[in-house]
Design a protein around this ligand. Sequence first.
Ligand SMILES: NC(=O)c1ccc[n+]([C@@H]2O[C@H](COP(=O)([O-])OP(=O)(O)OC[C@H]3O[C@@H](n4cnc5c(N)ncnc54)[C@H](OP(=O)(O)O)[C@@H]3O)[C@@H](O)[C@H]2O)c1
Length: 225
Amino acid sequence: MKNILITGANRGIGLKFAEILSANNNIYATARDITSADDLKKFDNTELLELDLLNKDSIKSFCSELKDIPLDMIINNAGIFQDEQMEETILDPELWLDEIMINAIGPVVLSQKLKENIMSGNDKKIIFISSQMGSIDDNYSGGYYFYRTSKSALNSAAKSLSIDWKADGISVLMLHPGWVRTDMGGSNAKLDIDTSVSKMLDVINSLDMSKTGEFLNYEGKKLEW
Ligand SMILES: NC(=O)c1ccc[n+]([C@@H]2O[C@H](COP(=O)([O-])OP(=O)(O)OC[C@H]3O[C@@H](n4cnc5c(N)ncnc54)[C@H](OP(=O)(O)O)[C@@H]3O)[C@@H](O)[C@H]2O)c1
């Protein structure tokens, strides 16, 4: 059994990753509030841990809780998308910084702090659930300042990580799940969660060092930066 860490695993895409992967792996699943993460509690082989990516102390204490536990893979899935609820607070700098902390800085700092855990695992994979909306080349509609910049920043930092850790044999992937019917994606989204996550798992399973640093969609197609 492999040891896999999944952030934001209490609902949406993260919950589906945990459901599928817990069938034959040890899962370390994070939620901001584990007392209310009832769906996660149903899975076998799943340990629930609290993590709030907005809080530096939470990241620090979470990483020390995992000290000495080898990790085969980290799926940095947790994220927020505030742009659509922002009529009255357009470009509020505090909210913008929060989004960049949760979507970009938090996951990269977390992965950096867990490097020794990854080095003691076998697979040495770090997955960042990014978004096509972080692609500057693909921005034809404008808007979505918080989300777009946060995912662009994530891609930029994760790309550096992939280069810096190549010699260590750690493969890093930025993965766009498609537009998925979750709380974030909404009910009009094109993809159901099962399709998105099972296809992302195919892409993740085929990840090796030759693909480290790529920005792919759930079908394994290369995306523009
Ligand atoms: N759905 C889509 O169409 C779509 C498209 C492109 C990319 N994505 C990306 O896919 C990932 C998962 O999205 P989703 O659709 O499953 O979203 P979701 O249903 O809204 O779930 C988001 C998850 O992130 C967690 N989270 C939010 N703020 C957090 C924080 N401060 N610290 C730790 N965890 C936090 C949430 O926990 P709580 O329950 O505590 O809030 C929840 O578990 C995200 O990175 C998102 O940007 C989604």
